[in-house]
Design a protein around this ligand. Structure first.
Ligand code: PHE
Ligand code: FE
Length: 289
């Protein structure tokens, strides 16, 4: 989201006014379904014991293990019964207002293409594997489902307050790269992590990144990187807790306050941080040298 440089300002030919397009499931080739199956098999093996309980339950109840790229109609039927969400296809990145409107109305927008077999590990734009395998399982969880719908409404409001920078960081450090503390240990729930072979190990096991207890204001101040593994992960105590603090806090005064404060660079630790792991940053330092 929010990287407007690749975004058109009106729906491309063939798309509806709300930017959706028919998924046209039948257009995917055998090769494309095979890419999904390859990615699925790799992640499904890695995630038990790493992904959050809510994520793994979602994968199961939505029957995402069925071979091939999921048919959005079938997927939306299951999801609708569980939490009232649907999955709709879009050609690629969409403008923020469109993204928030769908989200506030419990429609999750998913890219209608899949990476090539020679791009399994790295991709610039979110494809159907990232969007569906990464995001959709969490939408089967009633609490997370409510969080994302509330986020959509918060996005509409933040646009009017010119505060998308702050709200976007909340998305980044929860929806995309969040960790949750479960009784057995830290677990993954961010879509950017669970859909990545390398980061789903790095985020939990590597001594490099900081792992910091989630604090709303801290998260909203913190810069992030879009080009490599994160240098910080923020850990929520539970999804109930995340929903409660974000819904009960009025963000408008917070945005005003944050505008007066400096942003926090990616690897900086603050005196008030509750550190679960103080990262060595060895990975980022090695890359930089
Ligand atoms: N409470 C937020 C606001 O006042 C809305 C919001 C809820 C944003 C949940 C994100 C997640 O704008
Ligand atoms: Fe995503």
């Amino acid at each position: 989201m929010t990287d407007d440089t690749h975004v058109l300002d009106r729906p491309p030919p063939g798309a509806s006014a709300d930017w959706t397009i028919p998924q046209d499931w039948a257009h995917f080739s055998q090769e494309e379904h095979h890419v999904w199956d390859t990615l699925f098999a790799r992640q499904a093996k890695l995630l038990p014991g790493r992904a959050s309980d809510a994520y793994l339950r979602g994968l199961d109840v939505l029957k995402l293990s069925k071979p091939g790229i999921p048919d959005f109609e079938e997927l939306s039927d299951r999801l609708m019964k569980l939490t009232g969400w649907q999955v709709v296809a879009v050609p690629g990145l969409v403008p923020d207002a469109v993204f928030f409107d769908h989200m506030a109305n419990r429609r999750f927008v998913a890219g209608n293409f899949i990476r090539r077999a020679d791009q399994l590990d790295y991709l610039q734009e979110p494809d159907v594997f990232h969007d569906v395998f990464g995001h959709v399982p969490m939408l089967a969880d009633p609490v997370f489902a409510d969080y994302l719908a509330a986020y959509g409404r918060g996005g509409q409001r933040a646009q009017g307050l010119d505060a998308l920078k702050y709200l976007g960081r909340l998305y980044w450090y929860t929806v995309e790269f969040g960790l949750v503390a479960e009784p057995e240990g830290l677990r993954l729930y961010g879509a950017g992590i669970v859909s990545s072979f390398a980061e789903s190990r790095f985020a939990l096991d590597d001594p490099s990144p900081n792992r910091i207890a989630f604090d709303l204001e801290r998260v909203m101040r913190t810069e992030y990187r879009i080009d490599d593994f994160q240098q910080n992960y923020f850990v929520i105590p539970s999804f109930e807790d995340l929903l409660r603090v974000t819904v009960e806090t009025d963000f408008a005064p917070l945005y005003t306050k944050l505008a007066e404060m400096p942003d926090v660079p990616v690897a900086q630790i603050l005196p008030d941080d509750m550190l679960l792991t103080r990262g060595s940053q060895a990975y980022a330092l090695a890359k930089a040298s």
